[in-house]
Every structure is written in C-alpha cells, then in structure tokens.
Design a protein around this ligand. Sequence first.
Ligand SMILES: Cc1cc2nc3c(=O)[nH]c(=O)nc-3n(C[C@H](O)[C@H](O)[C@H](O)COP(=O)(O)OP(=O)(O)OC[C@H]3O[C@@H](n4cnc5c(N)ncnc54)[C@H](O)[C@@H]3O)c2cc1C
Length: 224
Amino acid sequence: MSIEAARSLQSDRTTLRRKPDRGAYDAATIHPILDEALLCHLGFAVDGQPYVIPTIHARVGDRLYLHGAVANRMLRAITDAPCCVTVTLLDGLVLARSAFHHSMNFRSVVVLGTASEVTDAAEKAAAFEAIVEKVVRGRSAACRPANDVEIRTTKVLRLPLAEASAKVRTGPPIDDEPDYALPWWAGVIPLRLVPGEPQADARTAAGTDFPHDLATDVGSARFR
Ligand SMILES: Cc1cc2nc3c(=O)[nH]c(=O)nc-3n(C[C@H](O)[C@H](O)[C@H](O)COP(=O)(O)OP(=O)(O)OC[C@H]3O[C@@H](n4cnc5c(N)ncnc54)[C@H](O)[C@@H]3O)c2cc1C
C-alpha cells in the first residue's frame, strides 16, 4: 500500500465508538467508497437547525468537489463553514433468527471539514469534468462543454479529505448462541445497484447512436 493510500484520516471526532472493529480510516478504504457512491448527503446547520440534503460529489485525489447554483442555500451555508458529507452503499439485507439482530451489510463514509469556493478557472474546469465523469465515465468528452454563463452561475466547493471515517459491515447475521437452533431462515439477501438498458431521448438527433464505451461507477458496469 502506498503512503498516500495508508494515510489515516482518523481524528477524535471521526472515531467510531460502537463496533469500532467495523471502522477504517485509511484513504485506501475511504476513497473507493466515495468513488462508487453516486450521491452523497450533505449535512450543515443554518440558525441552529441541521439540514441533510442529497447531492452529487466527485473526488479528485484528496479533495471532494460539490457544486450547484450560485444561489443554492446549501452551498452558501457550507462555504468556509463546517459541514459533514456522508455516503452509503447498501450491499445486503441481513436476516437474523431473532428480530433484534436483523441488520444490513453496507459500506459507508463520513467526511468532516470546511469547504471553500473554487475560484481558479482551471481547477473549476477540472471539477466540472470530474463531476460529469462521476455520473458516467467517458461522458465529458461526449457532450457540449459548459459555456461561460453556465460556469459563472455554478458554484464549486472544495472539501479537503483530511478527516473522515469508513464503516463496513459484511457477512452473515450474528445471532445469540442459543438462537442458532431456532427453525427460522437466516442469511443475507444481497442488494446491488445496476444500470438498466439506456433509453434514448425522443429528440436525439437522427443517426446518433448510443456511445457504448460509456460506463457507470456502479460495479464498474459498462453499457452493453
Ligand atoms: C445502512 C445502515 C444502517 C444502519 N442502521 C443503524 C441502526 O438502525 N441503528 C444504529 O444505531 N446504527 C445504525 N447504523 C450505524 C450508524 O451509522 C452508526 O455507525 C452508529 O449509530 C454508531 O454510532 P457511534 O455512537 O459509534 O458513533 P458516533 O459517535 O455517532 O460517531 C462518531 C464518528 O464515527 C464515524 N461514524 C459513525 N457512523 C459511521 C458510519 N456509518 N460510517 C462511517 N463513519 C461513521 C463518524 O466519523 C462520526 O463522526 C447503520 C449504518 C448503515 C450504513
């Protein structure tokens, strides 16, 4: 593992208290979870009221980029202010013999930090590209690039990946020892997000074929 991949993002605030054995703090665990998650939930406070809003993120190295309209309250609230980004990948439903021990298999990440606005034109362009590539890999070279107005009216924020945690649950249910003899089915129902067949927009220009080299980050699936 490289020094960068082994770098710990653990702090007192990101240390898991319950089931600490499921926690990880190295970039090698945290980055792939951020990359596979197609969306995140952004937590912030306005006038003492917490809000948690779903949005899109993209990682470039040890930076997370978030974007939206200049007037977006969420982005205004987290500019130069503390925020929390959470992603969750749901891998399975865990059915135990007891109601109490039902669970889910998952990989999740929590990032804490302070975001700042990207004003450098080159970094902003790179963030735009990363966000489009995040949605579908290969797409940024297969669509019209953002124009000056679109760039000006879109705010991009950079959140350093310096303080974070991952939590991962895998495997079968963990029942109380006497319950293993009970006649209830127990096990895992795997779940995964899979892309469906592409559906062309009715106004697609005549003779324009689907670009089959595009791929999602969901299980690295390429469109057939
Ligand atoms: C799909 C799913 C379902 C869950 N269902 C439940 C449930 O029903 N009840 C329940 O109590 N818990 C549930 N959890 C676990 C929950 O997310 C917390 O991990 C749990 O509440 C433990 O809190 P704590 O007191 O140890 O940590 P806290 O003191 O709340 O957190 C301390 C730090 O640990 C880190 N952390 C905590 N949780 C996570 C996480 N999930 N991923 C990454 N970092 C984390 C953060 O950096 C946080 O700042 C679920 C998790 C997932 C992903």
